[in-house]
Design a protein around this ligand. Structure first.
Ligand code: TRP
Length: 354
């Protein structure tokens, strides 16, 4: 229990987008699995409701959900210690999102840069769901009274919106929250103001063809990324062909300025070895890429290889994956259901059935 009166609880969501990459692994999956050791309760959600804000082929969506689940399990997520489930199996998310649609203001959502980026010029044709996506994300987090949210830098604005929604709800309903005795901590709010836990730069993996762009499953060039399903040979070849510059590696991080590709490769090795980029450069500074790349390829293969093989085994038994998701959903429901019931009481909905 923290001084805010809320129990420390980690929540994060990942979209089931298919074709997991080294970027998803280092930036999210591995970090989330490590947080199991933090002593806080950990809840991870495969956000299929978020995925359909843009068109998803139904047959690929269910497969992507099982693949992401298998990725978490292969990376060491323990379904007894963490709660792992897919969003659509817990109605509390969609239910609370509706209420938040009525708390959040148009002006707040109009400022969301991710919507502008994703909708592009074709704003009129974007789904309404894409516009209110951040309200659903706030519902994901607040339905659990989560206090810590590990996310990438690009989600920071959505976390700020989540805090704004929590604060407005606490404020608008303050009298009712107090009358029902549902306030917590010194502030007496019903919702906590969750903290983002932002990944370090070293875990942000960039494209192997362009060090200024994020590694992405949707990049047309497969050579730009390491997929979690790539064979050892494919990984070695992609690293061998990764874009670099003609200079040898510098011996200090300052020497990586203006060399995004070199910086990316150093960051990847640093993340894999659990070291700082400075420590990697202290060891490898002065080497040409022809000497550094084999070291990097080997480190990636050593980490990803066993996970890839384990993932394939897990995916061989989809019934077991579905069982784990069902059990996770039940445990998630047991936390979020009563919280959303209390929200109904606070808002003034008659609740005579449960
Ligand atoms: N929007 C997040 C992303 O694209 C995914 C997400 C959905 C999420 N709900 C969440 C992350 C709740 C953290 C907490 O990365």
């Amino acid at each position: 229990m923290s001084e805010t009166g809320f129990r420390e609880r980690v929540f994060s969501g990942v979209q089931p987008s298919g074709n997991l990459t080294l970027g998803n692994y280092l930036g999210a999956i591995r970090r989330f699995v490590e947080m199991q050791e933090s002593g806080k309760e950990t809840i991870y959600c495969v956000v299929d409701l978020h995925a359909i804000t843009v068109w998803q082929d139904p047959e690929k969506l269910d497969r992507a959900t099982r693949e992401l689940t298998a990725g978490f399990l292969a990376a060491g997520l323990d379904p007894d210690r963490s709660i792992l489930f897919n969003q659509s199996q817990v109605p509390a998310h969609a239910e609370l999102a509706w209420i938040f649609n009525c708390v959040a203001r148009m002006g707040w959502l109009n400022r969301m840069t991710q919507f502008k980026d994703k909708a592009g010029k074709n704003r009129e044709n974007a789904s309404v769901g894409l516009f209110v996506y951040p309200n659903l994300m706030a519902a994901d987090i607040l339905a659990y009274h989560a206090t810590h949210v590990p996310v990438g830098e690009d989600q920071k604005q959505h976390l700020e919106l989540t805090r704004d929604i929590a604060a407005k709800f606490n404020h608008d309903f303050a009298d009712r929250i107090a009358a029902l005795g549902l306030g917590k901590g010194d502030e007496g709010g019903f919702f906590p103001l969750p903290e983002p836990v932002i990944e370090g730069a070293a875990t942000r993996v960039m494209s192997l063809r362009d060090g200024t762009k994020k590694m992405s499953k949707s990049d047309p060039s497969d050579m730009s990324r390491i997929n979690l399903v790539d064979s050892d040979e494919t990984i070695a070849r992609k690293i061998r062909k990764a874009k670099t510059d003609p200079e040898p590696l510098p011996s200090e991080p300052a020497g990586l300025e203006g060399r995004p590709e070199a910086k990316n490769l150093v960051n990847i090795l640093a993340a894999l070895e659990g070291k700082s980029p400075a420590a990697v450069l202290a060891e490898h500074g002065g080497k040409p890429f022809s000497a550094f790349k084999p070291v990097l390829a080997e480190a990636i293969i050593a980490e990803i290889g066993p996970i890839r093989d384990r993932m394939a085994e897990i995916l061989d038994g989809p019934a077991e994956i579905d069982r784990i998701l069902a059990e996770g959903a039940e445990r998630a429901e047991a936390i979020a259901g009563p919280i959303v019931d209390q929200v109904h009481d606070i808002v003034g909905f008659v609740r005579s059935r449960r």
